[in-house]
Design a protein around this ligand. Structure first.
Ligand SMILES: Nc1nc2c(ncn2[C@@H]2O[C@H](COP(=O)(O)OP(=O)(O)OP(=O)(O)O)[C@@H](O)[C@H]2O)c(=O)[nH]1
Ligand SMILES: [Mg+2]
Length: 318
């Protein structure tokens, strides 16, 4: 018998914490129990595969922890992603598409959002830009549609934001919070050929350690510049403390010492993050499993036929 099973399609959903990655996936899968945060605290801690059946495709929606997470450092998030991508390369599960989510409700691109985008670009590499969907979320949270459109235009036309990626084939979409809106995006990815990301070439083909990949080097440079900035701040507060002591201003000295303690702990966290980035692949795997984080795939629900979507699929595939 010549039975051909459903084709597996892999779509990774990336972006900052709270960008709406898990919400996008649970909306597409029509499954309420996907891990969605209900506060400002970050929610997804591990890489999770949520498969859905669409026509003759088994679509794996891969949920990931976001950058800027308050429980996982950016180093840990990048290492989780890199190791997962390395392992799935060897399992022959290349991605068809990468969805990068961004809240349109954010009034401006923060410094950390710009840094994460830089790391994301290095993780994927220019050859994979054509497989990237840049997706804005939370349109319902802005009162003025024109303002949302202005922000979207700025993202597309600024090289440092999405401009370079768009020039090299990335597509921009709006996720409007409905299954149909999510499926329009997924249907575009079904048409894409599988792609090797830069980090996969570097690790699986060139034999590099995570720390030597372009994405990790980019993150390392960001951590180092943050560390130096913190050091300058520490020195400034130490100087202020000396002045307050000289002027016998006990109250001010107390306030400054408290500030110093906070700055010191931020500084030390940066140092630790920089050191952790140097870990070997083996050390990362050992740390991740001991922390009960999952590098791999968990099927959280039985395969589920999403009805009524085949028509969207056919419409977008013509
Ligand atoms: N109004 C509105 N709220 C949304 C939308 N998408 C997500 N949210 C809310 O934003 C919060 C964060 O959403 P998540 O889907 O957990 O975000 P995430 O990107 O998975 O976050 P992490 O797992 O921390 O990386 C939740 O309270 C969601 O209900 C959206 O399109 N509109
Ligand atoms: Mg999540």
């Amino acid at each position: 018998m010549n039975y051909k099973g459903p084709a597996d399609v892999y779509i990774a959903v990336l972006g900052a914490t709270g960008a709406g990655k898990s919400t996008f996936i649970s909306t597409c899968a029509q499954q309420e129990d996907a891990v969605v945060g209900h506060s400002l605290k970050s929610c997804t801690r591990e890489i999770v595969d949520i498969p859905i059946m669409l026509d003759n495709f088994r679509v794996h929606l891969i949920d990931t922890p976001g950058f800027d997470d308050d429980t996982l450092s950016d180093t840990e998030v990048l290492q989780l992603l890199s190791v997962w991508l390395y392992e799935t390369y060897h399992e022959n599960h290349l991605l068809n598409g990468i969805i990068f989510m961004h809240r349109i409700s954010d009034t401006r691109m923060s410094g950390s959002a710009r840094k994460h985008l830089k790391t994301f670009r290095k993780l994927c590499g220019p050859d994979a830009f054509k497989n990237i969907c840049l997706v804005t979320s939370m349109w319902g949270n802005i009162s003025n549609l024109v303002e949302g459109e202005r922000r979207e235009d700025e993202l597309k036309s600024t090289a440092e934001y999405w401009g370079t990626m768009c020039e090299k084939g990335s597509k921009v979409f709006r996720f409007l919070g409905t299954t149909e809106s999510g499926m329009e995006i997924i249907a575009q990815i079904l048409r894409m050929d599988k792609v090797k990301l830069q980090v996969q070439r570097e690790m699986a083909e060139e034999g590099l350690e995570v720390r030597d990949t372009a994405a990790a080097k980019e993150l390392g440079a960001q951590i180092e510049s943050d560390r130096l900035r913190q050091l300058l701040e520490l020195e400034r507060v130490q100087q202020d403390i000396a002045e307050a002591a000289q002027e016998r201003d006990k109250e001010m000295e107390k306030i400054l010492r408290e500030e110093l303690a906070v700055l010191q702990s931020i500084y030390e966290a940066k140092v630790r993050e920089g050191e952790m980035l140097q870990d070997s692949l083996q050390a990362i795997k050992a740390r991740s499993s001991s922390a009960r984080m999952v590098i791999g795939r968990i099927v959280t629900s039985p395969l589920k036929l999403v009805e009524g979507l085949a028509s969207i699929l056919k419409r977008t595939m013509v």
